[in-house]
Design a protein around this ligand. Structure first.
Ligand code: SAM
Length: 291
């Protein structure tokens, strides 16, 4: 269906035809490399039975590749100026629907029910606007949308934090949150030269394989995430210190030490060395003991 949008020549043609000026505040860095796009799409394991949701289609570079690989595509774009462009560039693809809006404000569950009927499985595939990477990812995961994979281009530094293992410098509450909901993997590092304009940060594609259920037994999710946040509050402090500062009354220090010892966690360890399983044990046991 015509020539690819994502070549430097065709992209410049489209931008000139519409007099389009990039808005930095919307994180507009468009992809101009079809190889990268093919690699991103192949990470999502799409078939002609599956659906794809794209966040921020831009001028449609990734969107058209998704249209070729999937049964149905819904692309959510905030920038009104791109709507007539997308209508033009995506006109050969009848299985693509563009929705105008801010992804953070939309009811995605409802949109999926309305627009993504008849697909076997659903994935999010996107080159995300970097200024809202974390809120978008947390929304996709926390709303427990019926997703198989989330394959997204994001800042390399954030990708490394999401996939980080306990005890490493990148491991933090974002790692725990993402790994609670998904199996995470940095799929590829991407050079700035494949974007126009070039972003000021390094980029990477991360693949989140969404889990059917969390990998650990957690009695109360709010308590679990409160324990996690509190344990990472001050990275130079011991786990015990962080817990006593943010979570437990000072008078219960002995009880907290006893509990940590009972569940096999040394109170002098640092929070950032705890695995998801250890955070779960700590949260569950803290509740059981009424601490
Ligand atoms: N997919 C295109 C590509 O790869 O060439 C464009 C990617 S660009 C990094 C991010 C896109 O997200 C832009 O088109 C921008 O207008 C759009 N965008 C920014 N904030 C958004 C939001 N809150 N909701 C939906 N789209 C947004």
């Amino acid at each position: 269906a015509g020539k690819d949008i994502a070549t430097p020549t065709r992209t410049k043609e489209i931008l000139e035809k519409y007099g389009f000026a990039f808005k930095k505040s919307l994180g507009q860095n468009f992809l101009i490399d079809t190889n990268i796009l093919h690699n991103i799409v192949s990470e999502a394991d799409l078939t002609k039975e599956k659906g794809a949701i794209e966040i921020g289609p831009g001028i449609g570079a990734l969107t058209e590749q998704l249209g070729r690989a999937a049964k149905k595509v819904m692309a959510i774009e905030i920038d009104q100026r791109l709507l007539p462009i997308l209508q033009d560039t995506l006109s050969p693809y009848e299985n693509i629907e563009v929705v105008h809006g801010d992804v953070l404000g939309l009811d995605l569950k409802k949109l999926i029910e309305e627009k993504m009927t008849g697909v076997e499985k659903l994935s999010v595939v996107a080159n995300l606007p970097y200024y809202v990477t974390t809120p978008i990812l947390m929304k996709l995961l926390e709303e427990r949308l019926p997703l198989e994979n989330i394959v997204v281009m994001i800042q390399k530094e954030v990708a490394e934090r999401i996939a980080a293992k306990p005890g490493t410098k990148d491991y933090g509450s974002l790692s725990v949150a993402a790994q609670f909901y998904a199996d995470t993997e940095v799929a590829m590092i991407v050079p700035a030269s494949v974007f126009i304009p070039r972003p000021n940060v390094d980029s990477a594609v991360i693949r989140l394989k969404v889990r059917d259920r969390p990998p650990v037994e957690v009695d109360d999710q709010d308590v679990f995430f409160r324990v996690v946040r509190c344990s990472f509050a001050q990275r130079r402090k011991t786990l015990l210190n962080n817990l006593m500062n943010g979570l437990f009354p000072k008078t219960q220090k002995d009880e907290v030490i006893q509990m940590l010892t009972d569940i096999g966690i040394d109170p002098t360890r640092r929070g950032e060395t705890l695995s998801l399983d250890e955070f779960a044990r700590l949260a569950n046991e803290g509740m059981r003991r009424g601490l």
